[in-house]
Design a protein around this ligand. Structure first.
Ligand SMILES: [Zn+2]
Length: 198
């Protein structure tokens, strides 16, 4: 039954547990603290429970997700003029980085076979192997860098949902913002230092 065992995560800095429907965000930018004039959508989708996963390993269809109550949740978070757009183009960058890393990996597999046969025949490492390894390392670095959470993503991070999916766990980078958030959501939010994620 180990697939059903809950996943417990402990946080050094307490995070916020808040009601999905009642949550309000402070009118300040969570990155710089200035007065917010713009708004940004932050989407979060509850993870499917292990017992609901199709045996084929594929993801659930939209209809199956809705039936299980795994509706995506959208938060409208105020940001300042300067920071609301800092992530534009990041999605495309991630797609491109994934593509080039995938391409470089398939070339790497072929390259290893060529290098292997050259070594086998006693011809030594071919001249192109080193520059290729350099290019491969660059693709890998770009892939890792674009997938790191951005400044915007780490300012308001959705950690997960609780068992009933009516509460969500949020982590804010700025402590003052966290305090203000708690004050604003006095009746429906609290600090927690560990969670069982579903
Ligand atoms: Zn800002």
């Amino acid at each position: 039954m180990h697939a059903l065992s809950p996943h417990r995560i402990v946080f050094e800095e307490p995070i916020v547990r808040t009601h999905v429907g009642l949550t309000r965000f402070p009118d300040r930018c969570p990155i710089c603290g200035l007065r917010a004039t713009k708004k940004k959508r932050i989407d979060a989708t509850p993870k499917e429970p292990p017992w609901a996963k199709p045996p084929t390993g594929r993801r659930l269809t939209t209809i199956q997700r809705i039936r299980l109550g795994l509706k995506p949740v959208t938060f409208i978070v105020p940001f300042c003029e300067e920071h609301v757009d800092i992530d534009s183009g990041r999605g495309r960058m991630r797609v491109a980085a994934t593509y080039f890393f995938g391409l470089a990996t398939s070339i790497l597999i072929i390259a290893i076979m060529f290098v292997g046969s050259d070594l086998w025949l006693g011809r030594g490492v071919p001249f192109w192997a080193y520059p290729f390894l350099g290019i491969y390392a660059l693709c890998f670095a770009a892939f890792v860098l674009t997938y790191r959470p951005s400044e915007l993503e780490s300012s308001v991070k959705v950690i997960g949902f609780d068992v009933n999916r009516d509460h969500v766990f949020l982590q804010f980078k700025d402590k003052t913002y966290t305090d203000e958030f708690l004050l604003l959501n006095k009746s429906n939010a609290e600090l927690v230092s560990w969670i069982v994620r579903v």
